[in-house]
Each structure stands twice: as C-alpha cells, then as structure tokens.
Design a protein. Structure first.
Length: 401
C-alpha cells in the first residue's frame, strides 16, 4: 500500500483519478436508472431493454471515433461538446414522456455523445508518472473504478425505488456535469496535447496488443455481465443477497488490483489473470448456495482489475502516443459489445435452464478469455524492464559529440 501512497503523492495523480471517477460515475447508474424509469412509464422491460440497447450501440460507435477527434480538435473541446450533448439527452429521458422509439433515438444520441473520459485519462497517465510507475497506476485506476460499480447501482436502486426514477437519472446527470467539468478544467488535461494521428480510423487495431486487449476485454466483460445476470436470477431482483454478492465480486476486483498491481507485465500476465477469473466463475456453477457463490465470485473478482490493468499497459507500451486514445476507444467498444453479448446469452440460457444457465455462460466465456491470451501469447509484449509507454512526441535526447 505504501507504493500506492507514494503514487498518489505524485503531482496531479490523485486529482485526475478523482475527477475522472466522478465524471464516469453516471455510467454505473444510468443503465439501471433507465431500466426502472422506462419500465415505469411503459410497463415493459422489453421496451426498457430496447432503449438500453440503443444507448449501448451509440457508446460502441462513439468510443474510437470521439477518442480520435481529441487528436484533431483537442481534448477539452471534444470533452466539453460531448458532455453537453450527453447531459441534454439524459435530461430529456428524465423529464419527457415519449414513445419507446423516441426514447431509443435519444438514448442512441446520448450513447454516441458519451464523453471519451476513459481514453483521455489513460492517454494522460503516461505523462504524469515514470515508466516504472505506469503499470501500477493503471492497476490503481482499474481497481478504483470498481467504486463506480459498487456504489452506483446501490444509489440508483435506493433513489429510484424509494423516491423517484426521474431523480435517479438527474443525479447521474449531475455527476456527469460536475465530474466532467472538474476533469476538463484539470491542469493535466490542458498540458497534454494528443498529436493528430496520421493513420486511418481503425488501422491501430492491426497492432497485435490492441487486438488482443480488445478481444480479451470483450470476453472478460461478457463473462462479468453473464455473472451479474445469473446472480440476479438466483436471488431475485428484490432481495439484498444479489446486491451483497455483486458488491463482494467488485471488492475482490478492487483487492486484486491493489495486491497485484506491482507485478511486472510479462508475456503470460494476461493469461494468468484470466485463469483466476475462469476458476472463480467455474466454481460458481457447482452450487447456488449464497456463501458458495460469494466465495467463488470473490476469487473471480481478484483477477478482473489486474487483467484490465495489463490490457491498458500493453496498449500503452506498444502504441504510439498519437494513437493511444483511439486504441483505448476500441478496447472500450469491445467491452461494451461484450456486456451486451454476455447479458443476452445469459438471459437466453437462464430462460431455458434457470439461473445455473447464466453461470454456464460466464464460465464458458471466461474460459475463452483465458485461452485467447494463452494461444496468442506471441501478441503479448514483455514489458519487464521496458518503458511502459511509447511517446512519439517526446523530446529526443541528443548525444554530445
């Protein structure tokens, strides 16, 4: 922990982590808030699912696109414009009573205008710390984001059920505006200039490390989404047990990120961490007992934040600085697609076989998430003893003659 204490004392690190977490906090709230709100208005979970699907499609499209725009128009301009449009769409869904198709259109625009805060901050990180600290910073970031997924759904559920679903959406919008403004005005955002990429959109996916991170991230998040659906199906939407187990799942990820963040990133790093995720999710298939599932998902959670940290590190370590924002955008798009596919596959098997079907999906997808980096180990760079960033715009040292 002393390692992370010294890391947080680095000028700007604590501020930028806190600002970006606040700005991203709504995305741990909005899916559930939209679900409750649209179902309350139209009395249909199917209608609510369509709105969430439209929002997710917009987010998947926006990831690499708006990330690339930051190299053209600058981070602050892109972040400000997208934040304003996204906040307006959130407000429209909160306050307007509309047909489902109109909600879908607004949700799509809101997803399309999701501020690219995650790619921005992960592009900034290599400029805040030295190469030895960068992997630890990525691990700390991946661990800290679990706060979003622990506290966000709890706040949303309490406010939406006990007070008003409209208020829950408004609170999420306020987090976006306050956190987004804080992040945009942070000095670090003004100091870092992303160079305009000279490559066509999507070319960065040809980088083996980017493609490996995108595919593995898709499978990891798909497994997590299937697990969440299975837990809710096991204990019911109204019971406290589901929330407690999902909190334990997230706490395992937080603990794993902090405990393993100092380890060097070798060529087996991602496969090892995904193996831990697979083992935990596989264990969950053998019993639907509360404590068994809690322990199994605690084990699975231990590998999640460390696996995400490795994905961010190998992208930073192999992609030119001018392309890192777009690369992180593609990784984020893969994760969004994974969340949609994992939820859909789990829902189908849960309908057919009960809650256990969701755990089957989670374990199967997690196994694929382990096998991909295992088979494609040659795509995984060895960052041990290497600089974990590729700054193509840094000053070039001149050797004395």
């Amino acid at each position: 922990m002393s390692t992370y204490g010294s890391l947080l004392k680095t000028p700007g690190v604590a501020r930028i982590i806190a600002a970006q977490l606040t700005a991203r906090f709504p995305f741990g709230m909005l899916s559930l808030a939209y679900l409750i709100h649209i179902e309350t208005i139209h009395h249909s979970y199917g209608a609510a699912g369509l709105v969430l699907a439209a929002t997710s499609i917009g987010q998947a499209i926006s990831g690499p696109l708006t990330s690339r725009w930051m190299g053209v128009w600058g981070m602050r301009r892109v972040l400000t414009l997208t934040m304003i449009v996204c906040a307006i769409s959130i407000g429209a869904i909160a306050f307007l009573v509309l047909p489902v198709t109109a909600y879908m259109a607004i949700g799509f625009v809101g997803g399309l205008s999701t501020p690219p805060i995650q790619p921005a901050v992960r592009t900034i990180y290599p400029k805040l710390v030295n190469s030895r600290q960068l992997t630890r910073l990525f691990s700390l970031d991946a661990s800290a984001q679990e706060i979003i997924w622990v506290a966000g759904p709890v706040i949303t559920t309490v406010v939406a059920v006990q007070i008003s679903s409209t208020l829950a959406i408004v609170i999420a919008g306020l987090f976006l505006v306050v956190g987004g403004t804080w992040f945009i005005l942070s000095p670090e955002v003004g100091r870092v200039r992303i160079p305009r990429s000279k490559r066509r959109l999507g070319v960065v996916l040809a980088k083996p490390a980017v493609l490996l991170s995108t595919i593995t991230g898709l499978l990891l998040v798909a497994a997590c989404a299937a697990t969440e659906a299975a837990v809710v199906a096991t204990f019911g939407e109204g019971g406290a047990e589901a929330g407690i187990i999902l909190a334990i799942f997230a706490i395992g990820s937080l603990a794993g990120g902090l405990a393993l963040g100092h380890l060097p990133v070798g060529p087996w790093a991602m496969a090892r961490r995904m193996f831990v995720v697979f083992v935990g999710m596989a264990l969950a298939m053998f019993s639907l007992n509360f404590w068994w599932i809690a322990i199994a998902l605690l084990v699975a959670g231990i590998g999640i934040a460390p696996a995400l940290a490795v994905m961010f590190a190998i992208v930073s370590g192999t992609v030119k600085f001018s392309d890192t924002a777009e690369a992180y955008g593609w990784v984020g798009t893969g994760q969004l697609i994974g969340a949609a596919l994992g939820s859909a596959a789990a829902g189908f098997l849960i309908d057919e076989h009960g809650a256990i079907g969701g755990y089957w999906v989670a374990a199967g997808v997690a196994l694929l998430g382990f096998l991909v980096p295992l088979v494609l180990k040659r795509w995984h760079p060895d960052l041990r003893g290497r600089d974990a960033s590729v700054p193509d715009t840094a000053p070039v040292p001149i050797q004395p003659t």
